[in-house]
Design a protein around this ligand. Structure first.
Ligand code: NCD
Length: 309
């Protein structure tokens, strides 16, 4: 039996290097199949999505991933049009949606929401973003992108810049990178450094340096992972205004970087990467979004097929 069969995906912390490499291998395999072969993988399966926060890529990539492997999707992308608006609990909503589907994809404002849903659901639950805590499938996609574009992960120097306090993709990426031998540099305004309650967990897995200066040793980085300032998570708008637009990655900065460095972003981008960068060979954020569809197809294929595919 394949080890991912009927398993939840709640935290990237549950994935060691071996598991990640198996998912990457399955993703490579799925990318080589033709569309007819691909559609056999989850023929007749249904994915249900339940999104309490806005999303473009994550929801649609799950949707298109499921369609590409022959399954279908249904769900709630705008919670204001569901019974949650009448006061229905997350527990009841999850229970009902798991009746209608084979796998559930949840995005919610609260940390711990996916773990809670997994305890209630009869069907496997995939965390598509839980508060400021984690976004594991994004991190698997980010690691896969690095591997594809740089041909390796071990030995790389990786800068992560922006909102390291509230950005859940940052936490999942850091935990995931902990499986590899990487040199990590965290760059953020003082007030947006990684949360002190997570520092222990991160330091258990990897060592990193911190800086507020984007230019410091920028010429050494192989990967620059840029994140959006998470405006909606600031308890106080004044605090947001102080850090808004702190960093903009533009052509002037790119010139100082290694010729073969890559720039990633989980998207959506506000103004932290100038659009001038988009047509350079270093910009890989759109490829990253495309890989996301394939890794999600592979994950669904593994979760829903006893013997894999
Ligand atoms: C991210 C998220 O929702 O955490 N988006 C995504 O899924 N690609 C990043 C963000 O919103 O800034």
């Amino acid at each position: 039996m394949n080890e991912f069969y009927q398993k939840d995906i709640i935290s990237i912390k549950d994935f060691d290097k071996e598991k990640l490499e198996k998912i990457f291998a399955s993703t490579d395999k799925i990318m080589q199949l033709n569309s007819v072969e691909r559609r056999e993988i989850c023929k007749g399966n249904t994915l249900a999505y339940l999104f309490y926060e806005p999303s473009t890529r994550t929801r649609l990539s799950f949707d298109s991933a499921m369609a590409s492997i022959g399954g279908n999707s249904l769900g709630i992308s705008d919670i204001t049009s569901s019974s949650a608006q009448k006061g229905e609990s997350l527990a009841d909503t999850v229970r009902i949606m798991s009746i209608y589907s084979d796998v559930l994809v949840l995005r919610h404002t609260l940390d711990g929401s996916s773990r809670f849903a997994a305890e209630i659901s009869d069907k496997p639950v995939i965390n598509a973003g839980s508060g400021t805590e984690e976004h594991p499938t994004q991190a698997i996609q980010d690691l896969f992108t690095i591997k594809k574009e740089k041909k390796k992960i071990d030995g790389l120097k990786i800068g992560i810049i922006g909102d390291l306090k509230y950005g859940r993709t940052v936490y999942s990426l850091l935990y995931g990178l902990g499986n590899y031998d990487v040199d990590v540099r965290l760059i953020s305004p003082e007030s947006l450094r990684v949360r002190s309650d997570s520092v222990y967990e991160i330091k258990k897995r990897l060592s990193y340096t911190e800086s507020t200066d984007i230019e410091e040793n920028i010429d050494e980085l192989d990967v620059l992972y840029v994140t959006r300032i998470q405006k909606e998570r600031f308890p106080d708008e004044e605090e947001y205004l102080k850090v808004k637009g702190s960093y903009v990655v533009g052509l002037d900065l790119l010139k100082k970087m290694k010729d073969d460095s890559i720039i990633l972003h989980p998207l959506p981008r506000m103004n932290e990467i100038s659009t001038d960068i988009d047509n350079t060979k270093n910009a890989k954020y759109f490829e990253q979004a495309e890989y996301g569809k394939h890794i999600r197809a592979a994950l669904l294929g593994l979760i829903l097929n006893k013997n894999g595919f």
